[in-house]
Write a protein that binds this ligand. Structure first.
Ligand SMILES: NC(=O)c1ccc[n+]([C@@H]2O[C@H](COP(=O)([O-])OP(=O)(O)OC[C@H]3O[C@@H](n4cnc5c(N)ncnc54)[C@H](O)[C@@H]3O)[C@@H](O)[C@H]2O)c1
Length: 457
């Protein structure tokens, strides 16, 4: 089998958080890229050099890529089929309504619309996160719908980028995983990722099923680690122990490590929650539900962090949230993102509101998306506005703006100096010294002696 000497031309189908980043970064690496989406507004924005979501550094890279002439955008699938040697499918795979399964209709549609228009030898590469077995089904589908004069093959290349670090993660991934069925596909993917491979990034070549599984197995592990320390937080609260000190002590054990061992409000976003649910659902279909039954508990622990945060706010408010003014700091599922999909922050704000609290939500970047998701909540434009006259402040997303706020100054704005630090991101001692009643999940209500010097990395 041959590999091309000039980089293959690629298309990227689905230009959301994953696809737009992938398209921009591939153009930066010297590849001719055509970004494709069914959303005309999104394509118009991207073509005009505007990123339709917040991702640090992406707007600058988009401008440079557009100026280079290597990146264009379209909604035309015929053009995409003509243009690409390799087609990356990056469309959404959300949770199905009323089920834990992944909704694969967008992947199916993108693959069908594309493959039925291809008249050459081309590789279609799935990047979306899918249940194991999907690629094998799609490999058959694209062969069936492709015209007679086409030779279409399917590969899977799962993506591990983190929102907030998406550009760097795409350009400098920890590893590349190529799920392929031929050497031709493997070499073509090597040609696409040549600069990344030349930087000595490990490449794992696998069959389609293993490649699909790497992604969900990785996300399940990370979710489990987060829920593990949050389960310890529950035990700490019952036992009067301090989960931050516990996490620090655990993190010094090289076998455990400190990353993803930070107690708090838990995980959310467009990946981890739906991915672990879809994994359980798929494992059950395969007759091995028992093997990942623990993920149900991982999910349950994660959900309990949200209700426990509401309880802490209620406790601080004196037992009844009706009419209590609460400043909800953060709506995005994590800082440096405007993504509110399954965001713990927004969920807590919504639960406080449903209990009768007067909630003012402020997020530096996610207010607009949050308003679209929950229009009933009140959104304000600054930290000061949110905190003004608040009876309880609750930190829900650990943006730097909130971490670095001066507790003394904030104290002048609020009605009562009470704070729930749901992300363990504030300097507890500084808040207490400034006269605040400070509470965090898994912390004793009274200050532990060494809590400030022992924050986990
Ligand atoms: N966001 C992340 O950090 C991340 C990381 C790794 C993997 N993933 C996976 O990547 C996939 C995409 O996630 P996302 O966060 O980018 O979603 P997203 O919702 O931001 O983007 C999906 C895009 O696909 C487009 N689309 C839908 N149907 C289409 C079609 N038939 N043809 C072309 N475009 C179509 C939508 O208009 C949208 O722009 C998911 O499977 C997700 O699990 C996401």
């Amino acid at each position: 089998m041959t590999s091309t000497t000039t980089p293959p031309r690629i298309t990227v189908l689905g230009t959301g958080y994953l696809g737009a980043t992938h398209a921009v970064c591939m153009a930066k690496l010297g590849i001719e890229v055509l970004g494709v989406d069914v959303d005309e507004r999104k394509i118009a924005e991207l073509a005009a050099g505007r990123v339709p979501f917040y991702e640090p550094g992406l707007a600058e890279e988009l401008s440079t890529a557009l100026e280079s002439g290597r990146l264009r955008f379209t909604t035309d699938f015929d053009e995409a089929a003509r243009f690409g040697d390799v087609h990356f499918v990056c469309v959404g795979t959300p949770q199905e309504q009323g089920s834990d399964a992944a909704d694969l209709r967008y992947v199916d549609s993108a693959m069908t619309e594309l493959a039925s228009r291809i008249h050459k030898h081309a590789l279609i590469v799935g990047k979306s996160t899918v249940p194991v077995g999907t690629a094998a089904r799609l490999a058959q589908l694209v062969t069936e719908v492709a015209p007679q004069d086409a030779e279409v093959e399917l590969a899977w290349n799962p993506e591990f980028l983190r929102e907030g670090f998406a550009v760097d993660d795409t350009l400098h991934p920890d590893r590349l995983v190529f799920g392929v069925e031929s050497e031709w596909a493997e070499h073509l993917l090597e040609d696409v990722f040549r600069p990344i491979i030349d930087a000595e990034t490990p490449v794992i070549v696998a069959d389609l099923a293993t490649a699909e599984l790497v992604k969900v197995a990785a996300n399940s592990f990370l979710a489990t680690k987060i829920s593990y320390i949050n389960a310890m937080a529950e035990v700490c609260e019952a036992a009067g122990a301090d989960v931050d000190v516990l996490a620090t002590a655990l993190s010094h054990d090289g076998r455990i490590g400190g990353r993803f061992l930070k107690p708090g409000l838990g995980f959310g976003g467009g990946c981890l929650p739906k991915d672990i649910r879809a994994f359980r659902h798929r494992a059950a279909q395969l007759g091995v539900g028992q093997a990942v039954a623990f993920l149900e508990e991982v999910d349950a622990i994660n959900q309990r962090r949200r209700t426990r945060t509401v309880e802490l706010v209620r406790e601080l408010a004196g037992g009844d949230l009706r009419g209590v003014r609460v400043a909800a700091l953060g709506a995005a599922f994590k800082p440096d993102s405007d993504d509110v999909r399954d965001a713990p922050a927004l969920d807590v704000a919504r639960m406080l509101y449903l209990e009768g609290a007067e909630v003012a939500v402020y997020d530096p970047k996610a207010n607009e998306n949050a308003h679209r998701a929950y229009p009933d909540l009140v959104y304000v434009d600054s930290l000061g506005e949110a905190a003004h006259d608040a009876e309880v402040v609750v930190l829900l997303t650990e943006w730097d703006e909130f971490r670095h706020a001066d507790p003394a100054l904030l104290g002048y704005v609020v009605a009562e100096r009470r704070v729930v630090d749901a992300r363990h991101a504030l300097d507890a001692e500084a808040y207490r010294q400034a006269g605040w009643e400070y509470r965090a999940l898994g912390h004793p209500a009274v200050a532990s002696v060494r809590e400030t010097s022992l924050a986990p990395s």
